[in-house]
Design a protein around this ligand. Structure first.
Ligand SMILES: [Zn+2]
Length: 310
């Protein structure tokens, strides 16, 4: 494995290792016998239409193995303190984060509606300390043996990484803040990367809208396409920022509410003219400015009025 850190003979590791082989659950029982309604919900959720899982001779999908052992919101009363103690030791050592890494199942016999489930879980292994991209910690593997009618039906091995999160590199204070990109506006920011300013257009009533929204304010329509802004506009309004100072910006600077020729308005920087020469009605032209390796933003270059209005 990557990032092996063979310092496994430390004191903590010895204490963790002592939990190997100890039970995490003893004589657990399934909350419900294997049953058709749970099988049906599972198959619907996964879109699994295999005929083996329906009808009089139905079996349960093998991958449901763990589902029959789950405690639900109320949990199980058959858990032993060992697993919680082990996780507690890791918490104390600073490994406070957890991520499930993998799961391995083995199927020995099919489960059928009516099968009563019993199970037991052991702490199978604790790894030596390992460093991953997420941070440094220990892999903890548990193994659950699932029985139906006293017969071993399968095993379920579950592995987590309990780790101390790696410190993230902090962005320098003078890094321009990132836009918040979400499902509703991702298309806009993809356009910006290609140096296109895209305006949403309702597919039903053709109303243009900006900023991007999931639905049309005019008709409620949810379908849309986009129109590429020609790039011409005027300053509809503006403010000059003097305060508060923020390291990524260099006050004073002008923030404009730009009215595009298409009729929608966008908040952006007005560049290319001194902040105190920006005026309402000033013609502006779209351009794209690169701020760093990742960040490109649309800005608007002002043109001073001819005839010396300023
Ligand atoms: Zn509409």
């Amino acid at each position: 494995m990557d990032g092996m850190d063979r310092t496994g003979d430390d004191d903590l590791f010895a204490r963790l290792k002592a939990y190997e082989g100890r039970p995490a659950t003893l004589a657990g029982t399934g909350k419900d016998p294997v049953n058709l309604p749970m099988i049906r919900h599972w198959c619907e959720a996964l879109g699994d239409t295999n005929p083996a899982y329906t009808g009089p001779g139905a079996i349960a999908p093998p991958t449901m193995l763990q589902a029959w052992t789950m405690g639900g919101l109320a949990g199980h009363t058959t858990r032993t303190p060992a697993y919680d103690e082990l996780l507690g030791l890791l918490d104390e050592a600073g490994c406070t984060s957890v991520v499930a890494t993998d799961c391995e199942q083995e199927y020995l016999r099919p489960l059928r509606p009516g099968d009563e489930i019993t199970f037991d879980t052991v702490i199978e292994s604790v790894s030596v300390r390992k460093t991953t991209k997420l941070g440094t910690g220990y892999f903890v593997t548990t193994r659950t043996r699932i029985h139906a009618g006293g017969e071993l039906a399968g095993t379920h091995r579950f592995r987590i990484l309990k780790y101390a999160p790696a410190r993230r590199k902090k962005a320098p204070a003078d890094t321009r803040p990132r836009p918040v990109v979400n499902r509703d506006n991702a298309g806009f920011w993809e356009g910006v990367q290609r140096h296109e300013l895209l305006i949403q257009r309702c597919a039903d009533c053709r109303t243009l809208r900006f900023p991007w929204l999931p639905g049309c304010d005019a008709c409620g329509g949810l379908d849309w396409d986009t129109v590429r802004a020609a790039g011409d506009g005027t300053v509809h309004s503006y403010v000059v920022m003097h305060h508060p100072p923020f390291p990524a910006f260099d006050p004073p600077y002008a923030v404009g509410l730009i009215e595009l020729v298409e009729g929608v308005r966008i908040v952006s920087n007005v560049v290319g003219v001194p902040y105190d020469k920006v005026r309402i009605g000033m013609p502006v032209r779209l351009e794209f400015r690169r701020y760093d390796d990742e960040l490109v933003l649309p800005v608007f270059r002002g043109e001073l009025f001819r005839g010396g209005l300023s």
